[in-house]
Design a protein around this ligand. Structure first.
Ligand code: GDP
Ligand code: MG
Ligand code: K
Length: 281
């Protein structure tokens, strides 16, 4: 039997542990609990002729190095290289939850989105064209209710298809960060690519974006490259150029472009019939 290593990644309280329990038969604590220890739980099960190793990771809003949870999840992604990531999102809070998704897209990893708490979305009267949304962002999306198990079989069927390279929604999408940032990212990415060791764990694009954000841990990764002095000089130059031309701080430019990407995708796929007065155009 083939083994697929999957990691559950999502914001706090999106239903990761409930999904982990229902898939693996475990009985981990579920609820509004934020523990002192930041760790992961492993489980095993079989589905569709495959063996799954599943890990329940701490909840995180982003993949920077700001909090112990973010660092933990990113180190896990660096060191363990899961075959497929299940990005669990709260169906009725996509604007916020998809931010983390944009960071995973930058990393260019194999991924499936579990559109969780789909029961609450339906009860609210809102609707999302999740097939179209998945095609737009290049990641298959499966509605799930991890409290009851609804959609979990379809979710793991989709994980198998993604793992085997058979899912039609899978496509590499580029979250455009605006002309100036994109120019900087391209320059840094090209410099990084000269070292074959770079990009083994993280995509050159992800590393370039995080270098522009002055992410300490990514700087440490890049320090292993023989060209790192030239790369840091280039980063400093590009950062100065971008902030000069735009008059804005890089982290706010990147955040607003990412939220713009999400808003654009949701404008075409999300309808909230309870808010039919909302459109002004
Ligand atoms: P985690 O922090 O991501 O591990 O989330 P948990 O699994 O601990 O779930 C947080 C809360 O959401 C708990 O009260 C769960 O019972 C509830 N929950 C999880 N999944 C669903 C779902 O699909 N629908 C509904 N209505 N509630 C859910
Ligand atoms: Mg949990
Ligand atoms: K929780």
């Amino acid at each position: 039997v083939k083994t697929i290593n999957v990691a559950l990644i999502g914001n706090p309280n999106c239903g990761k542990t409930s999904m982990f329990n229902i898939a693996s038969g475990a009985k981990e604590h579920v609820g509004n609990y934020s523990g002192v220890t930041v760790d992961a739980k492993n489980g095993y099960f079989e589905h569709g002729g495959y063996r799954f190793n599943i890990v329940d990771l701490p909840g995180t809003y982003s993949l920077s190095s700001y909090s112990p949870e973010e660092l933990y999840v990113r180190r896990y992604l660096r060191d363990e290289m899961p075959d497929v990531i299940i990005n669990v999102v709260v169906a009725s809070n996509l604007e916020r939850n998809l931010y983390l998704t944009t960071e995973l897209i930058d990393m260019d990893r194999s991924m499936v989105i579990a559109l969780n708490m789909y029961d609450e979305l339906k009860a609210s009267g809102a609707e999302v064209d999740y097939r179209l949304l998945g095609e737009m962002i290049g990641v298959p999306i499966v509605p799930t209710v991890s409290r009851t198990g609804s959609g979990i079989d379809e979710l793991f069927d989709t994980v198998i298809r993604v793992y085997e390279g058979h899912d039609k929604a899978v496509r590499h999408v580029h979250v455009n960060l605006g002309k100036e940032v994109e120019k900087g990212v391209t320059e840094i990415k090209d410099a990084l690519k000269k070292d074959p060791a770079v990009g083994v764990h993280f995509s050159p694009r992800y590393l370039a974006i995080k270098l522009l954000e002055k992410d300490r841990e990514v700087e440490d990764i890049v320090k292993n490259s023989p060209d790192h002095k030239a790369i840091f000089m280039l980063r400093d130059q590009e950062l100065a150029r971008i902030e000069n031309i735009t008059g804005e701080d890089i982290t706010s430019i990147i955040a607003s472009e990412k939220y713009g990407f999400i808003a654009g995708a949701l404008a075409e796929t999300f309808t909230d019939s309870t808010k039919h007065e909302a459109k002004t155009t």
